[in-house]
Design a protein around this ligand. Structure first.
Ligand SMILES: [Zn+2]
Length: 400
């Protein structure tokens, strides 16, 4: 007796067609300009399957046709691109000192954005304010006539991998927050996918997912702001985020660099954040919570104490980069966050330490690509929007 599962034929065919459309869409998303013939070859699908799938995706507003491409032998075919005019995704980051919102196209291009500075407050007040700002963003003319695929929220702490709960945001003093449940009553008209994730994980996802052409196999994003965290994403169809059992994977700010050192906001001593983070630099230099950290420091860069604090913080950051390289070994490291704006006094010692030590173990000359993003204001919000798109393409949505 066969034990294999026999699905219903009609259902099976529908599922298969959807899977093919999702594969076609992913292919064009990653390599814009492909023709139907290119897709058939690369995805190992028949020309008829690709033709039917592309037709549906054009009709549903996912794709647009471009110029006629010459081909070797066969008929010339039209190049295909994502249609950036029909759909949009919303993304928002709840930071310790502000809210950052974006509306973006399928290609990740920002249609509108907003940065609201904020003194840390309660989850309820934050949700209400964020909802108001999202309503304003949706009312902007660039959003008019577009179909919204959903909303992604990036938060500054570990998210439970099984339920949408922010377990702890130590720099906000929040614990066990179901943020989407606080937000949804204020946005009754919002449809589509709702997602929440850790801000560094969202940023890492967006950095890989919106890339076209040469796409790295894996990528680590390091978020150096009020706190310090990281996110690792690898693979495709869709890229997977490392989370660990409790969502702690990548919480590098709370890896201990100095046993018995200063107390951290998490309750342990000597965490990396006690050496390199917005809050520890504030504490060391006496900068109040209400002040903009970067604006307060930049005019003081000539002071010896400022130079020393930033050099020590930079060395700690370099140590974290090196530890990530040896524990995760990603194809690319991306460094962002507000602390990057402090520039050379922080970054030079960090990069010097990383570059001097990254090849000691293997004795190679290969340098891991490390990209510093000078303005990463909207990177986590955009990444959360990318997660919405991936969820629609790979999930059970009836839009594809
Ligand atoms: Zn800690």
């Amino acid at each position: 007796m066969s034990t294999s599962f026999q699905p219903h034929r009609a259902g099976d065919l529908h599922f298969l067609k959807r899977l093919n459309r999702s594969a076609i869409l992913e292919q064009i998303r990653r390599t814009p300009g492909l023709t139907r013939a290119d897709i058939a070859t690369q995805a190992q699908l028949t020309k008829a399957t690709v033709g039917g799938g592309v037709q549906s995706l054009l009709k549903q507003g996912w794709l647009r046709e471009g110029e006629l491409q010459k081909s070797n032998g066969g008929r010339p075919g039209r190049s295909l691109y994502l249609n950036d005019q029909h759909y949009a995704m919303l993304g928002a980051e709840v930071g310790v000192h502000g809210l950052r919102l974006v509306a973006c196209t399928l290609s990740g291009e920002l249609l509108a954005s907003h940065h609201e500075h904020l003194v840390p407050t309660t989850p309820e007040v934050t949700a209400e304010l964020l909802a108001e700002l999202l309503q304003t963003l949706m009312a902007s003319p660039v959003f008019a006539g577009r179909h919204c695929l959903g909303l992604g929220i990036a938060l500054p702490g570990p998210i439970d991998p099984t339920t949408p709960v922010l377990r702890r945001a130590p720099n906000l003093g929040w614990r066990d927050i179901r943020f989407l449940e606080l937000l949804s009553p204020h946005l009754p008209q919002m449809t589509g996918v709702w997602i929440m994730d850790n801000e560094a994980k969202s940023a890492a996802f967006g950095e890989l997912y919106f890339r076209t052409g040469q796409i790295p196999d894996s990528l680590v994003y390091v978020s150096a702001g009020t706190g310090i965290g990281s996110g690792m994403v690898e693979g495709s169809h869709p890229p997977l985020i490392s989370r660990g059992l409790q969502g702690l994977a990548g919480e590098i700010g709370h890896t201990v660099l100095q046993p018995g050192g200063l107390y951290c906001h998490c309750g342990n001593r000597g965490c990396a954040e006690t050496l390199v983070s917005g809050w520890s630099i504030r504490a060391a230099l006496g900068i109040a919570e209400e002040e903009n950290l970067i604006e307060a420091i930049l005019p003081r860069l000539h002071e010896e104490q400022v130079q020393l604090t930033l050099r020590r913080a930079g060395e700690a950051l370099g140590t974290l980069l090196l530890n990530l390289h040896h524990t995760q070994n990603p194809s690319e490291i991306v460094l962002g966050g507000s602390l990057v704006q402090l520039g050379a006094p922080l970054l030079d010692p960090a990069l010097a330490f990383f570059n001097a030590h990254q090849n000691r173990l293997l004795g190679t000359r290969h340098q891991v690509p490390l990209r510093v993003i000078e303005d990463s204001t909207f990177i986590a919000a955009r990444g959360a929007a990318a997660q919405v798109l991936a969820s629609v393409i790979h999930g059970p949505s009836d839009l594809i």
